[in-house]
Design a binder for this molecule. Structure first.
Ligand code: SF4
Length: 295
């Protein structure tokens, strides 16, 4: 279990991995780029007897038109219990290497992920998706929550933890659900589903930001806005768009987190890398969290 270099989370948890292109925000998907290398690395470790093939995650190739070698969607039961091993509470980024609500994800498997989150109130889970329609349908379905209840019964945790987990079925208080939107089209497609999904915290990841965003239709229902530009050699974020979202956030009293400038804008600021260190920025951009985090 690697710690994450995503600034707003402590750890990543990837019980499923792999994905397919969903919108132009996926054009330079870092996970899709990394998967072939991870596949080669796993094969090397397997050849040396250092990795059990049953614990390899990137051996399923995706459709070359929409995915990549090693990036076919796959589910990994052995990875489900990772958060159960930590008594101390952490902020987890759920699925940095795919999308929990991918169309191939089985509801039973998604239910197992939710069962683990339900019985670990010490943790906070941050789960962004580009499949908000599927997320909404599942999380509004009684059948899905019954599946989560059955998955809780199967977990190797105390009866008290199971009982506490069953109490929160329907809306997990430690789950921050997000949609990733890169432009107005994506916002129109995704945010309406987010605001209609039961969630303790709803946030929008405006990253990589590829166009101006007018969030006025939904902003009253949002708890957090995260904004960032692209890593890599592309330049697609205009700082004016990020500042306009800050203006909207201020107007509605929504916390705003400027994650990174993106490589090209950072270069223009004379910074190496993707510009994610606030100490390097030429001016201050907010890095705020929703208040519930302090609870
Ligand atoms: S949805 Fe996310 S993980 Fe899937 S291809 Fe797009 S950016 Fe990558």
């Amino acid at each position: 279990m690697a710690d994450t270099n995503v600034d707003w989370a402590d750890k990543v948890w990837n019980p499923s991995v792999g994905c397919d292109w969903a919108s132009r925000g996926c054009d330079y998907c870092y996970a899709m780029t990394m998967a072939p290398r991870l596949q080669a690395m796993e094969l090397g470790l397997i050849a040396k007897g250092k990795l059990d093939p049953a614990r390899a995650k990137y051996q399923n190739d995706g459709d070359p038109a929409t995915s990549a070698k090693g990036f076919g969607y796959s589910e990994h039961e052995f990875a489900l219990d990772a958060p159960l091993h930590y008594r101390k509470g952490y902020k987890w980024f759920v699925n940095s290497m795919g999308d929990v609500f991918h169309r191939k994800a089985r509801p039973e498997f998604i239910a197992k992920i939710f069962a683990v989150m339900a019985v670990t109130p010490q943790h906070t889970y941050q789960l962004p998706t580009k499949r908000a329609g599927r997320m909404r349908r599942l999380l509004r379905s009684d059948a899905f929550w019954r599946m989560v209840g059955r998955a809780i019964d199967q977990l190797a945790v105390s009866d008290e933890a199971k009982a506490a987990g069953r109490e929160v079925l329907g809306c997990l208080p430690n789950l921050w659900l997000a949609v990733s939107v890169e432009d107005q089209d994506a916002a129109e497609r995704q945010i309406k589903h987010l605001v209609a999904t039961p969630a303790a915290v709803r946030w929008v990841s405006c990253e990589p930001l590829l166009g101006p965003l007018d969030l006025s239709k939904w902003i009253e229902h949002l708890d957090w806005l995260v904004v960032g530009g692209e890593s890599g050699s592309q330049r697609r974020m205009d700082l004016a768009w990020a500042l306009d979202i800050l203006r909207q956030a201020r107007g509605a009293g929504v916390p705003y987190y400027f994650k990174q400038a993106g490589t090209v804008l950072a270069g223009e600021w004379g910074i190496r890398g993707k510009g994610n260190n606030p100490d390097d920025w030429p001016e201050e951009f907010p890095r705020e969290f929703p208040e519930v985090q302090a609870a």
